[in-house]
Design a protein around this ligand. Structure first.
Ligand code: UDP
Length: 369
């Protein structure tokens, strides 16, 4: 029999625990310092019957069939495909910025001319990160690039990251490219949807096995790690090592919930406010599962730096120096815990989407067997 400790009952920890539980010789203990499973995917139905994503909107999307099939063992999904609009000069425009956005933002003659120029230069369907898109020599395309930079990216990124787009890893803004297409969807993945009974129920099912013991309200510090043959750690590595080398930088977010006595507050699940207010976006949760209620619940999302003990780490901040610090922490942690694997957005210090976190967890557990 092998005794295994999984630290964190989020999507990464639950994936590892589930795969390991198929070998009945494994005895798996999953701990989480929170009083619920799901990590930041946690959702719950409120008193109005609306499924609230406590830590902000989670829309599942992947083109990886293996990951999709893996999750489908635990839940059915609806066919929700996410669309986002941003309020720009008072109008709601589709994001990622695409041909429909161009037509909605500009007078027709200008929009048509820009479209023609784009099509003569790029293949239809191309996705271009804003940083690359800024390099234009044509006057109209330069105007377009500056318009998008200024109205979509600059102020949103300042609010979200506390820095302007030139100061952050290009991969972050490249998540939302300029898209030379009429596809208004936020994601183009083959498989997209929301678990029909929510993420919490899906993750509970992943953890439901006779050889998995789940312990909530249980921090890593409260267990004797030497009792285990193997450990999978999905939490923050700086916290694990008592911030010995100083805190690893993360951004945190918080949500202010508001309830309105009307069917809907806004046009869709996500409306971004790059240029107005202190929040970055408003989520309206009832859209995800088409919940029926006379009221609606929205969440205004605010960003701030992570401060240990005050808020939660959400987003690793990708940079060479932060990566170097992370790697020092891994070396330190491996000296103390010989049989520890690190994974997940926090454990790997990587800005994973849910599907990438699952993929990584599947790889990690297969490599350890
Ligand atoms: N972004 C932006 N304006 C937008 C949407 C996104 O500037 O209207 C930038 C911003 O820097 C953000 C990044 O693109 O952090 C990635 O956005 P995404 O929606 O993928 O972030 P997430 O949903 O993971 O918070």
């Amino acid at each position: 029999m092998s005794k295994i400790l999984v630290v964190g009952a989020g999507i990464s920890g639950a994936t590892v625990a589930n795969v390991l539980s198929r070998n009945r010789d494994n005895q798996i203990t999953v701990i989480d310092k929170l009083n619920h499973v799901g990590g930041n995917c946690y959702d719950y139905r409120d008193e109005n019957g609306i499924m609230i994503h406590k830590y902000g909107s989670h829309i599942f999307h992947t083109s990886d069939k293996e990951v999709w099939e893996f999750l489908k063992q635990f839940t059915d999904f609806n066919t929700y495909m996410h669309k986002v609009v941003a309020v720009i000069e008072g109008n709601e425009l589709p994001i990622p910025f695409n041909f429909n956005t161009i037509q909605a933002a500009f007078p027709k003659t200008l929009a048509d001319r820009i479209e023609q120029k784009l099509l003569s230069k790029f293949k239809y369907g191309t996705k271009i990160p804003i940083k690359d898109f800024m390099e234009q020599d044509d006057e109209d395309l330069k105007f377009l690039a500056e318009y998008i930079y200024e109205n979509v990216f600059l102020h949103y990124t300042e609010k979200q990251w506390g820095k302007d787009p030139s100061q952050i890893d290009g991969a972050v803004t490249a998540r939302v490219p300029v898209y030379l297409s009429r596809d208004d969807r936020y994601f183009q993945n083959t498989y997209q949807g929301i678990p029909l009974n929510g993420y919490t129920a899906m993750i509970q099912k992943m953890l439901d096995a006779p050889n998995i013991e789940l312990k909530l309200d249980t921090p890593m510090k409260s267990v004797d790690s030497s009792e285990y043959d193997q450990i999978f750690y999905t939490g923050a590595i700086d916290e694990l090592m008592d911030y010995e080398l100083g805190p690893l930088p993360y951004r945190s977010v918080y949500f202010k919930l508001e309830t309105y006595e009307k069917e809907h507050y806004q046009s869709g699940a996500a409306v971004n406010y790059p240029n107005n207010y202190d929040f970055t976006r408003i989520h309206e949760y009832k859209y995800y599962l088409d919940d029926k209620s006379d009221v609606t619940v929205i969440a205004k999302e605010y960003s701030e730096d992570f401060v240990p003990g005050r808020n939660d780490p959400y987003y690793p901040i990708s940079s060479d120096s932060n990566q170097a610090l992370y790697e020092k922490y891994v070396a330190l942690a491996k000296k103390k815990y010989h049989t520890m694997n690190f994974l997940g957005r926090l454990g790997d210090y990587k800005y994973y989407d849910m599907d990438k976190a699952i993929k990584r967890a599947l790889e990690c557990v297969n490599a350890s067997n």
